[in-house]
Design a protein around this ligand. Structure first.
Ligand code: HEM
Ligand SMILES: *[C@@H]1O[C@H](CO)[C@@H](O)[C@H](O)[C@H]1NC(C)=O
Ligand SMILES: CC(=O)N[C@H]1CO[C@H](CO)[C@@H](O)[C@@H]1O
Length: 316
């Protein structure tokens, strides 16, 4: 028994080693040289008509990577018999599926069965961040698509956690406090539905929120399906303004505000708030790190033909 366990552990170590060896910047440069430009052009077209695509993709990428790794499991459509990740409870508001499907269709015509849906999400997010004024960075590719997507596997941090509570989810994925604070900077774009922060407005307004903002949000949220910008100032720009806003007590979700209140995260917030270049550098690095969580490479998983469904089983 002991021997079997040991050999499993050794095997596991080497597979992980191969994993890190196989993701590389420009993975498709010989098999599909037009891959990255095709993605970029499609994201640009979408961004021109709807700049909120940056927020949609950032959140989709996060939810993909935190559930079974960055393997595009979030894209699988539920069937009558099986509920997939994208239909798990509160995460139903993830957006951007149509753009990923569209990019996949185009890529299948130029390079069939070559570019994974997991890499499409990763590249499209990278491009959307740059279009919204954020950093532009080379990102390794070579991810493969997963073969499993269960609604029950979705276990994401909730918006009312404390910093240590939220950090557990990140350390479980190999990310640290710095990564978490930096990545929450993604809340520099996008919106939250009122139900995620209603408890900070009434019956008793949360004292840690700017009272003018709380009064304003209470009005907005009279309509329960309403949303509020997570960054009340530069709502469509990927910049460090989110960190300045939370220092002004203008965090929307409880976790946003907690970052300024917890002793461990507060110094990270103030350094990112005061240094745009540090934010850009750290954000790029943290995004690259998030994009490598539990990836499938080599011959693991598959390259889906259509991002919303697993490939049909091979007929032998
Ligand atoms: C402790 C960690 C986190 C919590 C608790 C959290 C929670 C939430 C919640 C509740 C929403 C509102 C969803 C809605 O109303 O539709 C949201 C939106 C968003 N989250 Fe997070 N989030 C976290 C980390 C992240 C990370 C790491 C990223 C990306 C790197 C991210 C990117 C976004 C974006 C861009 C939106 C706006 C989505 C849109 O406009 O459609 N979040 N988040
Ligand atoms: C909004 O953001 C801009 C750019 O970061 C900044 O110069 C300005 O002071 C901010 N305004 C408020 C009201 O926070
Ligand atoms: C960010 C978010 O909405 N997370 C939720 C995803 O779904 C799980 C399970 O339904 C909830 O516990 C999370 O709060």
């Amino acid at each position: 028994m002991k021997i079997i366990l040991q050999s499993i552990l050794i095997f596991h170590c080497c597979v992980l080693y191969l994993v890190s060896a196989q993701l590389q910047v420009g993975f498709y440069s010989s098999t599909c040289p037009q891959a990255e430009t095709t993605v970029r052009q499609a994201v640009q077209t979408q961004f021109n008509s709807d700049p909120s695509i940056t927020a949609a993709l950032l959140r989709m990428h996060f939810h993909d990577c935190f559930v079974r790794g960055c393997d595009a499991s979030i894209l699988i459509k539920s069937t009558k018999s099986k509920k997939s990740e994208r239909d798990a409870g509160a995460n139903k508001t993830v957006r951007g599926f149509e753009l990923i499907d569209k990019i996949k269709k185009t890529l299948e015509t130029v390079c069939p069965s070559t570019i994974s849906c997991a890499d499409i999400i990763t590249l499209a997010t990278r491009d959307a961040v740059a279009l919204a004024g954020g950093p532009s960075y080379p990102i390794p590719t070579g991810r493969r698509d997963g073969l499993v997507s269960n609604a029950d596997d979705v276990n994401l941090p909730g918006p009312s956690l404390t910093v240590p509570g939220a950090l557990q989810f990140f350390t479980n994925k190999g990310l640290n406090l710095n990564d978490m604070v930096t990545l929450l900077g993604a809340h520099t774009v996008g919106v939250a539905h009122c139900n995620f922060f209603q408890d900070r407005l009434s019956p008793v307004p949360d004292k840690t929120m700017d009272p003018t903002l709380a009064a304003q949000l209470l009005k907005t949220c009279a309509k329960s399906t309403a949303t509020a910008f997570l960054d009340q100032n530069t709502s469509f720009t990927v910049d460090n303004e989110y960190f300045r806003q939370i220092m002004l007590k203008k965090g929307i979700l409880k976790i946003d505000q907690e970052l300024t209140l917890d002793k461990s995260s507060a110094p990270i917030v103030s350094s990112l708030a005061s240094n745009e270049n540090a934010f850009r550098q750290n954000f790029a690095n943290a995004m690259i790190k998030m994009a490598s969580i539990d990836i499938l490479v080599g011959s693991a998983g598959e390259i889906r033909k259509s991002c919303g469904v697993f490939n049909p089983p091979k007929v032998l």
